[in-house]
Design a binder for this molecule. Structure first.
Ligand SMILES: Cc1ncc(C[n+]2csc(CCOP(=O)(O)OP(=O)(O)O)c2C)c(N)n1
Ligand SMILES: [Mg+2]
Length: 562
């Protein structure tokens, strides 16, 4: 690859890899790269905080399966991004984080912003690289990018010291080995054994997680559940890979949150887990029938058998595996009639759960019940391309259980790291990826504050979307868990007060609306979606409505599963 300096080599490699966006915040250590990206197909999105840039890049990775790219300046720019990097590790996001750094020549001489970046980030990433030669920068960028998306995806870090970026490349030619990896390993034999277990089952259940979403397994999975007649639950980046409106898809696969799923998990006799980790959301396996045969398919061996004895561990790409199930089932079909009583049971659990929720989701109370708010939004945004981004504590939970997801990547939540505050950033990325979809962030008031200035980023780039604040004037989920565990909320740390976020957004150049009564919701949403800018609807909600996630949290450290 022809390039004059290390900085140009980094820029050229990113261009060559087809990177669409680099989420970044300027800093002296990055000038040599930014300079060469100015007139390029790569669009630089300049944020107000490195946490924002990295959340945006993470959302890009999660919503496309291609590495999102964040570029951070040295020292504090880098340390500001550690939280979303750790979040990306929990979400298995393909993410490339490039950071500038003090020059090699001046290391340990008290140079500006000389921090032990590699040591700090290594436990938080799939792999951490440093490049110390200008002529190898392009090679490292490609290697780091490829490492982020192959096998189990994850965040990859690449440090590029500023003297390396500024240095001339002898001869102006840098080695560069572009390798596009398309294939992932598939365990074909295990597919036949899976079908045998399913054939003998009476109450089989399929759970699909981010591994299925990342493998884009949706169409094959839909074919399979239709041919087999087996019910499906989805979570994380698998939400919507089969529509929640499909008669065999029953929505959120978190039995600790989705009351309708709990009994199905406790009764299933064979559980086929596709690209999903058994974790706290299944109470470390305790919410799965202890006598059920577990078939777990994951591209990462580390996950097979975590928290539960697995009868059939399958180390495989989920997409290829489900394709194989379909091929074998076409030769010798399963018998969907066998599972009909089971499907009727799962549907009945769903109906009972909806009945239970009815008073809350239809409530006319003031302050507004958050479940009523989420139901209104779910109905308002009922197009298959409409997108909701969820952030917050209890608010996030109400969206997870209350949202009907009809297509992949139309719901983004905050995953297993439980990191609140990235909502606005995720919404910015969703807008870049889906310019024509109706798009709303539904967020708790507390979570809104962390990256509030990214509203300015959205406005600077001329974006339109709607932010709906579920404003209970508090850090609701924590306040509720205190109430449940200690008999009273700790308002000295958990109360935020009724902040006028709608006027703050007006001050920034967007539009704001205040809603205090349920009947005001629809007109406010109409006005917000027509506003053609960033519009915030500040909805005053009932601080005493407690979600199932708060109930679980109140037991943190207090329950035993074995
Ligand atoms: C970065 C981070 N800080 C703190 C927490 C602890 N925490 C979890 S939920 C929550 C409350 C969120 O409040 P809000 O966004 O208003 O949503 P609500 O629960 O009120 O719906 C807090 C503080 C966290 N998960 N992540
Ligand atoms: Mg709140």
């Amino acid at each position: 690859m022809k390039c004059s300096t290390g900085g140009e080599a980094a820029a050229k490699a990113l261009i060559d890899l087809g990177v669409e966006y680099v989420f970044t915040l300027t800093g002296g250590h990055l000038n040599h790269i930014h300079l060469h990206l100015e007139e390029s197909p790569v669009r630089l999105i300049g944020t107000r905080h490195e946490q924002g840039a990295t959340f945006m890049a993470d959302a890009y990775g999660r919503m496309t399966g291609r590495p999102g790219v964040a570029m951070l300046t040295a020292g504090p720019g880098f340390t500001n991004a550690l939280t979303p990097i750790m979040h990306a590790l929990f979400c298995n996001t393909p993410l490339l984080v490039i950071a500038g750094a003090a020059g090699i020549e001046h290391r340990d001489k008290l140079d500006l912003q000389d921090a032990p970046q590699l040591a700090a980030v290594t436990p938080m990433v799939k792999k951490a690289f440093v490049c110390t030669q200008a002529s190898r920068v392009a090679e490292y960028v490609e290697m780091a990018y490829r490492t982020a998306y192959t096998g189990r995806p994850g965040p990859v870090f690449l440090e590029l010291p500023c003297d390396v970026l500024g240095a001339e490349i002898p001869g102006g030619e840098a080695p560069y080995f572009k390798t596009k990896v398309h294939s992932q390993p598939v365990d074909r034999e295990a597919a036949a054994r899976t079908l045998e277990l399913l054939r003998n089952a009476r109450k089989p259940l399929i759970v699909a997680g981010s591994g299925a979403g990342c493998a884009k397994a949706g169409p094959e999975l839909q074919r399979f559940i239709e041919a087999a007649g087996i019910p499906l639950y989805t979570c994380n980046m698998a939400r919507g890979i089969v529509s929640d409106e499909h008669p065999l898809c029953f929505g959120l696969a978190h039995p600790s949150r989705n009351g309708a799923a709990t009994q199905a998990y406790l009764d299933a006799d064979v559980l086929l887990v596709l690209g999903h980790r058994i974790s706290l959301v299944e109470f470390f396996g305790a919410l799965i029938n202890k006598d059920a045969a577990l078939i777990q398919v994951d591209i990462e061996g580390e996950e097979l058998g975590r928290n539960r004895q697995v009868q059939l561990p399958v180390m495989s790409d989920v997409g290829g595996f489900v394709r194989e199930l379909n091929a074998l089932a076409a030769q010798r079909p399963l018998d969907p009639a066998r599972y009909e009583p089971w499907i009727a049971f799962v549907r009945d659990e769903q109906r009972k759960y909806e009945e239970e929720r009815k008073p809350a989701v239809t409530s006319d109370a003031v302050p507004i019940n958050p479940q009523r708010l989420v139901r209104e939004l779910d109905e308002y945004l009922s197009g298959e391309d409409d997108i909701i981004i969820a952030d917050g504590g209890d608010t996030h939970t109400w969206v997870q259980v209350g949202r009907t997801v009809r297509k992949p990547y139309r719901l983004l939540d905050h995953g297993l790291f439980g990191c609140i505050g990235g909502g606005i950033c995720n919404t910015v990325t969703a807008r870049l990826l889906y310019p024509d979809s109706r798009l709303a962030l539904v967020t708790g008031d507390g979570s809104l504050g962390f990256n509030f200035m990214e509203i300015n980023t959205a406005l600077r780039y001329g974006m339109c979307f709607v932010i709906v604040v579920c404003n209970d004037a508090s850090w609701g989920m924590i306040r509720h868990s205190q109430q449940l565990r200690f008999g009273r909320p700790f308002d000295f740390v958990a109360w935020l007060g009724a902040t006028p976020y709608h006027t703050m957004v007006e001050g920034m150049g967007g539009k704001g609306f205040l809603v205090t009564r349920p009947e005001e919701l629809r007109p406010a949403l109409d006005a917000a979606f027509a506003a053609n800018t960033v519009a915030l609807v500040n909805v005053m909600t009932d601080p005493e409505v407690i979600s199932p996630a708060s109930t679980s949290l109140s037991k943190l450290g207090a329950y035993k599963t074995n």
